[in-house]
Design a protein around this ligand. Structure first.
Ligand code: HEM
Length: 352
């Protein structure tokens, strides 16, 4: 991997046992946007401080920003393909867009690490944001999703995972960034569990116990696995998922937090279109007869050095942005007060 590629955030974290997903909205006001910008330079140091307490705990955090928030916080230049979450599907099977400016994807092998880091990160954001959704996910038996099937099997790994998720020359200002799409699903487990295992297997497109893909001769074109398999010019286009089950049995809540990373929002949106509308329309994903999307958000994940450098950005008015030089994020002007400024990644980051 060339040395001039910036370090990505922890998108490629190994599979962990626990995760916390936090979605927050920005509170209006210049002081609040300054707080969030300064916070960008503190994230890496907070992850190091909390993670150091359990070195084997694999603590990591990925931070993403939604389209409008990007403009309010950082102005131009902006990631080329960042836009608000697009809704899909008819009313009875709908993928809604819900409020959210900032996404935190915190992962570790122990929930106490996730919890402590979430406490530190949200605490430092203070009054500048309102947390609108917080989900604590756990790894279920055998890496199974809430619906009982092993989840994540067909994820790309290694070099392939990087190629499918890391922005390169197509948007050089945002190299080593990614797009991430999240949705919180609530399942009708009574309805799902009333189906025979064979029916469930046809809906997912894999066997339940052994997690093997169904033979093409029996696999339905409406299966979850068929509708989320994309082929472009003879090549499969993949995304990187790290879904987590969550729930509260006492309240009858059983959910899956879907999270998918990609180099462009396009493949994830095509998968959603296939699932909710159908490929062809009407041939939709029957998993959605038992799963309701309650939230939806699309975010851009800057590279690690860009996240830190965003602390120094000054948003520019729309009219000025067209003429603005495209290197404002590399400004070396001093940042706003309040940053920890510990262990700057600037100028030293290398992707290995
Ligand atoms: C209700 C929430 C969901 C559940 C419970 C779920 C569960 C699963 C399971 C069990 C598999 C098979 C094993 C694997 O390869 O991971 C799978 C595959 C997959 N899912 Fe989902 N999924 C959900 C939502 C989504 C969404 C919203 C997307 C994309 C927008 C998606 C994209 C994929 C992809 C790309 C695969 C791999 C397909 C293949 O290559 O065979 N999933 N999912």
């Amino acid at each position: 991997m060339p040395n001039d590629i910036p370090e990505p955030q922890a998108v490629y974290s190994p599979i962990t046992r626990s995760a916390i997903f936090i979605v927050a909205t920005l509170v209006d006001g210049d002081a609040h946007t300054e707080t969030v910008r300064a916070w960008c330079a503190d994230v890496a140091a907070l992850v190091r401080s909390v993670g150091k307490r359990v070195p084997s705990g694999n603590l990591s955090c990925v931070v993403g920003f939604a389209s409008d928030a990007w403009d309010r916080l950082f102005g131009a230049p902006r990631p080329a393909l960042l836009h608000p979450f697009r809704e899909f599907g008819p009313s009875e099977r709908h993928a809604p867009a819900t409020p959210g400016d900032i996404l935190l994807h915190i992962r570790a092998d122990q929930m106490d690490l996730c919890f402590e880091l979430a406490t530190q990160l949200v605490g430092r954001l203070g009054e500048a944001v309102t947390v609108v959704d917080e989900v604590h996910g756990f790894r279920y038996f055998d890496q199974r999703s809430m619906v009982g099937f092993v989840d994540g099997t067909e994820n790309p790994t290694g070099r392939e995972a990087v190629d499918f998720t890391m922005i390169g020359d197509e948007d050089p200002d945002f190299a080593a960034g990614s797009y991430v799409l999240v949705q919180k699903y609530i399942h009708d487990m009574k309805g799902w569990n009333a189906l025979s295992v064979e029916t469930q297997e046809r809906i997912i497109g894999r066997t339940k116990l052994s997690d093997i893909e169904l033979d093409d001769a029996v696999k339905l074109t409406s299966s979850h696995s068929s509708l989320t398999t994309l082929v472009e010019n003879g090549q499969e286009v993949k995304i990187l998922r790290d879904n987590m089950p969550f729930g509260r049995p006492g309240s009858g809540e059983f959910g899956t937090y879907f999270i998918g990373y990609a180099r462009s929002p396009d493949p994830i949106e095509t998968m959603l279109e296939n699932m909710f509308v159908g490929r062809p329309p009407g041939n939709y994903d029957r998993l959605l007869d038992f799963s309701r999307a309650a939230t939806g958000g699309l975010f851009f994940v800057p590279s690690a050095p860009l996240l830190e450098a965003l602390a120094d950005r000054e948003p520019q008015p729309e009219s000025a942005s067209a003429a603005a030089p495209s290197d404002t994020h590399t400004s070396t002007e001093p940042g706003p007060d309040g940053s920890l400024n510990i262990g700057s990644l600037k100028g030293t980051a290398q992707y290995e």
